[in-house]
Design a protein around this ligand. Structure first.
Ligand code: C2E
Ligand code: CA
Ligand code: CA
Ligand code: CA
Length: 282
């Protein structure tokens, strides 16, 4: 029994080594992404259910490493946060997203907004609102066309500091969304104190809509609560017509997900939006 226990331990230790080595390799490669131009953005459209109109897009980061191939953001974003590389990468994302939207506005699509994911490291370190102000000035995108998404857990962990940072951004005219809403522990009172404009219901709740009574209750409660606070509600991860109809019935404002479109390169996304016919989904 003793020997078997030891073997199990050794095997576990080996796999930890492999995982750590992999992380170290990726971190090394991550240092070179900006110089090598290995990053790109894909865009996923957002649909207003009541207006049957595409209101905007979310920019999502993609990394194809020369050495390691395609690495998912859920793997490399945490590494970039640990090393501080997220500051440079995040600014690149912001600039690229605003530049792309400005081009779309110039092409006549002036009502479209862009949502950009912001890491807590970006929000809390340095003068983030100054960076945003500069990127907007450089690209010529109007502030109201930009929405910044911050995850709920991150806001809760740094409540006071975050609130001050968000206030400065909101005063600039930028919209502010809480991402992955429902996964943390935000109280109604706390939400009321933050200058946010939008709640994004986490996709884990949307997946089991109609099947899991708890998820259904959480979703309908979040929609009601958000509306009572004057916030726009977006459901993410909408994959079926059934989910869309449910969300429409409960007056969810906007949806995003594979049912409408997967995240795609900018030209494809613009083509999708141009080809969009109101009412085709209802
Ligand atoms: P997120 O902000 O919650 O983004 C939504 C994720 O759900 C995206 O995964 C998107 O591709 C995926 N998704 C969209 N529609 C559906 C659907 O119908 N079903 C399912 N199952 N998934 C759907 P992605 O692109 O892999 O990004 C994962 C996470 O990485 C993001 O979650 C966000 O937290 C982070 N991330 C992505 N880009 C950036 C970025 O530029 N900066 C920062 N700080 N984080 C980013
Ligand atoms: Ca997001
Ligand atoms: Ca989310
Ligand atoms: Ca997420």
């Amino acid at each position: 029994a003793k020997a078997a226990g030891r073997r199990t331990f050794v095997r576990y230790d080996d796999s930890m080594d492999v995982a750590n080595r992999r992380r170290a390799q990726l971190s090394g490669a991550l240092h070179k992404v900006l110089d090598r131009g290995e990053l790109r953005l894909v865009f996923q459209p957002r649909l207003s259910l009541a207006a049957q109109r595409i209101t905007g897009v979310e920019a999502l980061l993609r990394w194809t490493s020369e050495e390691y191939g395609e690495i998912p953001p859920n793997l490399f974003i945490p590494l970039a946060e640990e090393s501080g590389l997220i500051l440079g990468i995040g600014e690149w994302v912001l600039r690229e997203a605003c530049r792309t939207l400005r081009q779309w506005h110039d092409a006549g699509m002036t009502s479209l907004n862009v949502a950009v994911n912001v890491s807590v490291v970006q929000l809390l370190r340095g003068d983030f609102s100054e960076i945003v102000r500069r990127v907007l000035a450089d690209t010529g995108l109007p502030p109201h066309a930009l929405e910044l998404e911050v995850t709920e857990s991150v806001l809760m962990a740094n409540a006071e500091q975050a609130a001050a940072k968000l206030q400065a951004l909101r005063e600039m005219g930028v919209s502010l969304a809480i991402d992955d809403f429902g996964t943390g522990y935000s109280s109604l009172a706390y939400l009321k104190r933050l200058p946010i404009t939008t709640l994004k219901i986490d996709k884990t709740f949307i997946t089991d809509l109609n099947r899991d009574p708890d998820d259904t209750a959480i979703t309908t409660t979040v929609i009601t609560m958000a509306h009572s606070l004057g916030l726009t509600v977006v459901a993410e991860g909408v994959e079926s017509e059934t989910q869309m109809r449910f969300l429409d019935h409960f007056r969810c404002d906007e949806i995003q997900g594979h049912w409408l479109s997967r995240p795609v390169p900018p030209a494809d996304c613009l083509a999708f939006i141009r080809a969009w016919v109101p009412g085709t989904t209802s």
